[in-house]
Design a protein around this ligand. Structure first.
Ligand SMILES: NC(=O)c1ccc[n+]([C@@H]2O[C@H](COP(=O)([O-])OP(=O)(O)OC[C@H]3O[C@@H](n4cnc5c(N)ncnc54)[C@H](O)[C@@H]3O)[C@@H](O)[C@H]2O)c1
Length: 540
């Protein structure tokens, strides 16, 4: 269980003082790992380093961390400077609590350290020398501090109770922290899932070191601006009343032309690289604003506040951002990760049933491609899912994001495993293209595509017919459309320019059982054509 609160930060950042004050406020014990080591060794850290060497110190530090984190009573723990640098410590610490980084401006640190003059590494230096050395050390240690879940400023003027109030606010928000995504290219970002959490996000912006340094802008679409007006303004208020930019709702507006209007809006208002986009919408604007963030002045931070189920379980996670081109969907894009994803379940209240269903298609997909147990969970909770019950929704979103995060952490850029996420998509994209992206939303098209893909797998002898039936029965129970008549030749041609087609070959993701899929290249055209019968309307 994640019950402890860990403090990290540079010397004199106030870890012990603030840690103690927080512990007192919460009624938790306070432990300083360095003090604990000194206590156990019966000598100072300087002496341990000098007499026994750093390796002995690190082992003692590891033993202390391992032991105290086993305690089931929540504790506030101040960590020594190098503790997070050891991967085995980091793993234990992450699994057992929240890591808070306390930071202060170098000038403030220098003034505090100089006043006492007791830190061996920075003793007996002039003010200028000490400040310069602190700046260099902070730069070197930044990768360690970046491991913290959130940061909080320790200023000289703020009295302790003010810092504690901010910390308590952040820790309350962090209760909705569900998981972290660790893209294979490095970095890490948190996903939050909770009810009514948008009005609490000002502390998140501070905790991610964006507020008050950055200028914010909220992106949304015209429909959401109407139906989620209150939440939109709550979000805007979190970032200090920032402007709102509205795209026209709808897939056909996911264009470079419309994105350029966002760029003009930002340039005319003087947004610099120190800007952050808060995108409050479904996958269409999410993809567009994300690509905007990836390219505006060579990249600015953005946070996803998804408003559709599909964008919560799929498009907001994984870092694919793009706009469409007349030649194909998502043809112009990038891989660019958000700073965080905030899924507020409350906004799903206004989501039309069809859009909700579109998200459920992706949820079912995760069960089919990766996790039979999750598939069974969905089967067992069909009625609760239809009623959008919060606890069930939270689990659906959590497990879906977890599966996607797991896949993306192995293969961010779709050179291998990530392709399994395209289950149902090759056929679904063909349906979307043949219907000008107007008849079905993306998720519904994917659900039809899953039926066709399962039929291809059965035709190839890879999948039991009973598994195909099980998948389709769940889709039926949830209320997905069962049929759509396609011109198989037109569909074959539409699939040819699917960007998932590898050069000279066609790639299909096909199930071998519920919970497992395989990549298959170049299936016979006839088998594909016949498999469309899986969604052909039956003659009366
Ligand atoms: N980046 C990725 O990895 C990825 C993955 C899957 C899908 N996508 C993309 O996502 C897009 C589809 O996303 P989507 O299904 O969220 O569509 P969407 O963004 O168009 O939203 C669907 C409709 O619902 C409305 N809406 C959104 N939230 C609402 C709410 N809370 N209440 C009422 N109405 C609301 C929107 O205005 C829109 O009309 C596609 O463009 C697809 O390519 C991207």
């Amino acid at each position: 269980m994640k019950q402890h609160i860990f403090f990290t930060g540079f010397m004199a950042s106030g870890k012990s003082r603030t840690g103690r004050a927080l512990a007192e406020r919460l009624g938790y014990p306070f432990i300083d790992t360095d003090a604990e080591i000194v206590n156990r060794a019966g000598k100072s850290i300087t002496d341990i380093f000098a007499q026994d060497g750093e390796a002995v110190f690190r082992q003692m530090e590891h033993d202390v961390i391992e032991e105290i984190t086993k305690n089931e009573t929540p504790q506030v723990i101040s960590l020594g400077g190098g503790a997070l640098n050891q991967p085995e410590n980091l793993k234990i610490i992450r699994n057992s609590g929240t890591i808070v980084r306390l930071w202060a401006k170098p000038e403030i640190l220098s003034e505090r350290i100089g006043r006492k003059n007791t830190r061996p590494l920075l003793a007996n230096l002039s003010d200028e020398e000490r400040l310069a050395k602190i700046k260099t050390m902070l730069k070197e240690r930044e990768p360690i501090y970046a491991q913290a879940d959130f940061s909080i400023e320790s200023t000289n003027d703020a009295n302790e109770s003010h810092v504690i109030e901010r910390l308590l606010h952040l820790l309350k928000f962090w209760k909705s922290h569900a998981l972290d995504v660790l893209p294979s290219s490095g970095g890490r970002y948190p996903i939050f899932i909770g009810k009514n959490i948008i009005p609490e996000t000002s502390c998140l912006l501070e905790g991610l070191c964006l507020s008050p340094k950055y200028d914010f802008l909220v992106c949304t679409d015209t429909t959401i601006a109407k139906v989620q007006n209150e939440a939109l303004h709550q979000l805007r208020g979190q970032a200090g009343r920032c402007p709102i930019f509205k795209f026209q709702a709808g897939e056909r507006n996911k264009t470079l032309h419309n994105l350029n209007q966002l760029f003009s809006f930002m340039l005319h208002r003087g947004y610099t690289r120190k800007s952050c986009l808060l995108q409050f919408s479904g996958g269409v604007v999410g993809d567009m604003a994300g690509f905007g963030a990836a390219t505006y002045q060579r990249g600015i931070p953005f946070i996803q506040f998804p408003t559709t189920l599909l964008s919560m379980v799929d498009s907001s996670v994984g870092g694919k951002v793009a706009v469409n081109h007349p030649e194909g969907k998502n043809m112009i894009g990038a891989f660019y990760q958000p700073q965080a994803v905030v899924c507020d379940l409350s906004v799903l209240k206004t989501l039309p049933w069809n859009e909700y269903l579109a998200g459920l298609a992706e949820v079912v997909k995760y069960g089919v491609i990766y996790d039979e147990e999750f598939f069974s969970y969905i089967e067992q909770h069909v009625e609760d899912i239809k009623q959008k019950k919060n606890d069930i929704l939270r689990h659906l979103i959590f497990r879906s994001c977890q599966i996607k995060a797991e896949v993306v952490s192995i293969d961010e850029k779709e050179s291998g495993l990530r392709a399994i996420l395209n289950y149902g998509h090759t056929f679904g994209h063909a349906i979307e293209k043949l219907t000008n992206y107007e008849m079905f939303s993306h998720g519904i098209a994917v659900s039809l595509g899953m039926r066709v893909a399962a039929r291809v797998a059965v035709s190839l002898g890879m999948l039991d017919e009973s598994a195909e039936k099980r998948q389709n029965a769940l889709l039926d129970a949830l209320g997905f459309p069962k049929s759509f008549n396609v011109n198989t030749e037109a569909a074959w041609n539409a699939m040819a320019i699917d960007k998932k087609a590898e050069k000279g070959s066609r790639v299909y993701i096909l199930p071998t059982k519920i919970g497992e899929v395989q990549k298959v290249v170049n299936v016979d055209k006839d088998i594909i054509a016949k498999s469309w019968s899986a969604i052909q309307a039956k003659e009366a």
